[in-house]
Design a protein around this ligand. Structure first.
Ligand code: TYD
Ligand code: MG
Length: 452
């Protein structure tokens, strides 16, 4: 093996590797983000040894599609694209307290009923883990655990016990002796993850890495690991809510647009199999600035309430703040509103929010957002039983969205009696008990609102 450069400098922001220290990362432009990574003469081979590379016909390579491990949670399996793939490395990120350890302990226990599974905790003692496991009602599961942070020792345990699933909680506390740097440093995180990735591939074992990732992403996390891991999932805990959402950001074995929903209960994480209306908890009062919409998340519709507040500016510049929505789309909508409806909001602060802490990434909520803004500005509430969806174009046209019929059906199921939707999404047949207004443009949408 050719001698490798012994010292490298890693950027904590983008993970780029440099030969020399620089004040500013030339790859991503971040200042002061480089830290030194020193490797020992020979990196441990993680079970790969000196095996020769083998070239084989792909058709003859045994694929283990059928061998995916179910996690015990249909919601998690769906986000993963059908369970855990042998040899895969999965990173689960989330704020402290989101429920990562709880969820993974439950997953380990479920897998352990079929296959050997190992839970490695570097953050809690075994006693604490046992207490938690008892509280979760998992005491009877044949689950094995160890409190350990030394990567080489963990590799030895994996070699010896041959588990099918290993959870490392968390990657930020794991340490490779042969790498300089404290646990959690960019170098340590990157090298431990690389070490366990080699181990996963060589042994066909699923490795789940837990990562504490702040919203700003300033902990060594997905950016550094992005290239080596197979799946990156984020567990989000909307403030004040007992619901948790799990979303895939990278998945080599499935789609990334699936949303899994869980509830944190007194006995751990429970999956919410039909989450369509959990984010929609509205009182009976009709208030200006509130509009319900149906978004499409992966394979299912979810009803959410969008709220807007429009207030005269109190000196200085006007603010435009969007929470759970794209700030730039909000600015765009305000421009459309001005141009096509003559509504001037230059001297108004505009705030928009998705109730329940959900983040909307699709454009189907455009029309609802705009009507919420208008409703607040005019101080006129819209009826509670109204559902609105549709994408808005810069020319003021209302464009169709995918899965229009399913969205309408879901809204009807939850008692909505009127809908303002894109013309092209009109249902082929009359929906009993629901007045559907199909509109081609913003003007028609406002007429429909006035006619309610
Ligand atoms: P935890 O899984 O430790 O979060 P993470 O590993 O992501 O930091 O979950 C911590 C929170 O969950 C904590 O506030 C207590 C709560 N919790 C429950 O509500 N019910 C339970 O059964 C458990 C184990 C934890
Ligand atoms: Mg934890």
């Amino acid at each position: 093996m050719a001698a490798k450069s012994q010292t490298a400098y890693l950027c904590g922001a983008c993970g780029a590797e440099h030969r020399q220290w620089q004040g500013r990362c030339s790859a991503c432009g971040e200042w002061n983000s480089l830290s030194r990574l020193r490797l020992a003469a020979a990196l441990p081979a993680a079970g790969l040894g000196g095996e020769a590379a083998v070239v084989r016909k792909l058709s003859e390579v045994h694929t283990e599609a059928a061998d995916r491990l179910p996690t015990g949670f249909a919601e998690l399996d769906r986000v993963l694209g059908g369970g855990l793939v042998p040899g895969a490395v999965v990173l689960i990120g989330g704020d402290p307290g989101a429920g990562k350890s709880t969820l993974l302990l439950q997953v380990c226990a479920a897998v352990a009923t079929q296959h050997p599974a190992l839970y490695v905790t570097g953050e809690e003692s075994l006693e604490q883990l046992a207490l938690r496991s008892a509280r979760l009602g998992l005491a009877a599961a044949p689950l094995e655990a160890v409190a350990e942070t030394r990567a080489e020792v963990i590799a030895g345990l994996i070699e010896q016990r041959r588990p099918r699933l290993v959870v490392l909680d968390s990657v930020q506390v794991m340490q490779l002796e042969s790498v300089e740097g404290t646990p959690g440093s960019v170098g340590q995180v990157r090298e431990t993850a690389a070490y366990f990735t080699r181990l996963a591939k060589a042994g066909g074992v699923v490795v789940v890495l837990v990562g504490h990732v702040t919203k700003e992403g300033n902990l060594a996390g997905p950016k550094v690991l992005e290239h080596m891991i197979d799946c990156f999932l984020m567990l989000d805990s909307p403030a004040g809510s007992r619901y948790r959402t799990l979303r895939g950001f990278k998945n080599r074995f499935g789609a990334v647009n699936e949303l899994g929903v869980f509830a944190m209960t007194g006995r751990g994480m429970r999956e919410v199999v039909n989450p369509s209306a959990i984010f929609l908890q509205r009182g009976d009062l009709e208030a200006p600035g509130s509009v319900a919409t149906v978004i499409w998340e992966g394979t299912r519709p979810i009803l959410v309430e969008i709220q807007a507040l429009v207030n005269p500016v109190q000196g200085g510049h006007s603010s435009r703040v969007a929470v759970g929505l794209d700030q730039q789309r909000l600015a765009m909508h305000l421009a459309v509103l001005q141009r096509h409806c003559g509504v001037q909001l230059g001297d108004q602060d505009v705030f928009a929010n998705v109730v329940g802490g959900l983040r909307i990434a699709e454009t189907g909520a455009d029309l609802a957002l705009l009507l919420a803004v208008l409703s607040s500005f005019r101080n006129r509430p819209l009826p509670k039983h109204l559902i609105v969806f549709g994408e808005l174009g810069l020319t003021g046209e209302v464009r169709p969205v995918p899965n229009g019929q399913e969205r309408l059906r879901e809204a009807r199921k939850h008692g909505f009696k009127a809908a303002i939707i894109p013309y092209a999404n009109r249902p082929p047949q009359v929906i009993e008990g629901m007045a559907v207004h199909g509109v081609k443009g913003l003007g028609a949408a406002l007429d429909a609102v006035a006619s309610l």
